[in-house]
Structure formats: structure tokens, C-alpha cells
Design a binder for this molecule. Structure first.
Ligand code: ARG
Ligand code: ZN
Ligand code: CA
Length: 241
């Protein structure tokens, strides 16, 4: 057992206009959400139905803001091909990706809120990307994705979690035992219970696609899957001092 794991966070703000150059306060609001959600101290835990309440995990990962890098750019959207992760493209290079979580905040475009790299990939592109209007809870944010849960979801991927529905009908898996099988993503704010694959969906899990206000938990099984990557020999063991 590794105890509390602390992750320093480098935030790269790549902006094309004043709105996208989000405030330090907006950045802090996102770090606060990550700390609440990964430590079972989010204020909306009481919305988890009793069927799943015993499975809510305190993942015990803490996030500290290490530094903010601001880059002005003429580019209006960045897509999902990692262009923003290189100063040679007018973006910003990853800082110490083997010991720090890099988060690039820039307009992705195409209606995409964020995306992440799984553990074990190229360290030059390691980290997560989130659009400025979906980052944090104050400032330039856009409902219903204004509660910081896009970063919670993407950091879940960065810590090896798959989507709750396993990316493919009832027969595909997220490799987590205590998350019920599901058929497809849920959107909006579903009324419990949503039954698929002969069980109720854990639609309020951060790894579903529901609105920010309607996701409140990681499961114990997801906690184990995330923390395993930090063990000696695991793909993120370099984060443990
Ligand atoms: N990668 C997903 C997307 O861009 C993120 C979904 C986050 N969901 C949320 N409620 N914030 O669609
Ligand atoms: Zn996702
Ligand atoms: Ca499962």
C-alpha cells in the first residue's frame, strides 16, 4: 500500500484570445475538483444511489499545482493529434512527464471536451488535454460541463481507466469487477435506475459520459486499477519518490 500519492501538475494554457487565457483562479478551481474527486470529498457524494454507495472509493491521490505556462498562439483549434504538446508547433513542451502530470488547456475543436494518454505511451506526449471552457468551475466555463469533471474523467484515463461501458456493448469490459457491464455511454443526467445488460448502469461514475453534475464517483475496483500502475515496475512508478 503506497498511502497518499501526490502528483505535481503542470498546466499549459495555450490561448488564441483573452477568454482562452484562463485565470489562475480558474486553474485553482480545477485542481480543487481533482483533489475532491480523487479523495472522496466531493460535496455531491450523497447523489450516489444506495446500490452503489458502498463502492465509492477514496483513491487517495492528491494534486498540487506545480507551475502554469502560458503560450499565445495564432492557432484557433488544435484537434487530437498532440500538436499542442510541442513548442515547435506553437504549443508547449511537456515538463518532466515522468514525475509530473502535464495538462494542456487549449481549444480542441470538433465538440471534444478533452482527451488523455494512457500509461505506457511516449513520455513527450504524456498527459491530458482539456478545452478551456470545460476546465475548472469558475471563469470561462460552459454548462453542463462546468464542474471540472472533464479533467477528472481524463485523469482517470491517464491513470489507466477505460470507459465504464468498456467501449463496446455488454460483452466488452472495462477490466474492473465492481463496475456493472453496460451497453453504451449515458448522456445528460439519467434517472436511476438505467438498466442495461441485466444490471443497473453505474452512470454516475466519472468514466461515463453524463453531465458534470451527474457524475460523483470512482469505484473501489477502479481505485485498485489506478493505484496498481504506481507499484514498482508499473508504468507510473517513477511518480513515487
Ligand atoms: N473525452 C470525453 C469527450 O470529449 C470527455 C467526457 C467528459 N464528460 C464530462 N461530463 N465532463 O467527450
Ligand atoms: Zn473518455
Ligand atoms: Ca466492469
Amino acid at each position: 500500500n503506497l498511502g497518499a500519492i501526490t502528483i505535481p501538475v503542470v498546466v499549459h494554457v495555450i490561448y488564441n484570445n483573452a477568454n482562452q487565457n484562463i485565470s489562475d483562479q480558474q486553474i485553482t478551481s480545477q485542481i480543487n475538483v481533482l483533489n475532491a474527486d480523487f479523495n472522496k470529498s466531493n460535496s455531491d457524494l450523497n447523489q450516489v444511489p444506495s446500490e452503489f454507495s458502498s463502492l465509492i472509493a477514496d483513491v487517495d491521490v492528491n494534486f498540487t499545482l506545480d507551475q502554469v505556462i502560458r503560450v499565445s498562439s495564432t492557432r484557433t483549434s488544435w484537434g487530437t493529434n498532440d500538436a499542442m504538446k510541442f513548442s515547435s508547433n506553437g504549443g508547449s513542451d511537456a515538463v518532466s512527464p515522468n514525475t509530473k502530470l502535464n495538462i494542456w488547456v487549449c481549444n480542441i475543436g470538433g465538440g471534444i471536451l478533452g482527451y488523455a494518454q494512457f500509461p505506457g505511451g511516449n513520455s513527450a506526449t504524456d498527459g491530458v488535454v482539456v478545452g478551456p471552457q470545460f476546465f475548472g468551475t469558475t471563469g470561462f466555463v460552459s454548462a453542463p460541463f462546468d464542474k471540472g469533471r472533464t479533467a477528472t474523467h481524463e485523469v482517470g484515463h491517464w491513470l489507466n481507466l477505460r470507459h465504464i461501458w468498456g467501449d463496446g456493448r455488454c460483452n466488452r469490459d472495462d477490466f474492473v469487477n465492481d463496475t456493472p457491464k453496460s451497453d453504451a455511454p449515458n448522456y445528460g443526467c439519467p434517472n436511476y435506475p438505467v438498466n442495461n445488460c441485466r444490471s443497473n448502469d453505474m452512470s454516475m461514475n466519472y468514466m461515463d459520459y453524463v453531465d458534470d453534475a451527474c457524475m460523483q464517483m470512482f469505484s473501489e475496483g477502479q481505485k485498485t486499477r489506478m493505484r496498481t500502475i504506481f507499484l514498482a515496475g508499473g508504468p507510473r512508478d517513477s511518480f513515487i519518490p
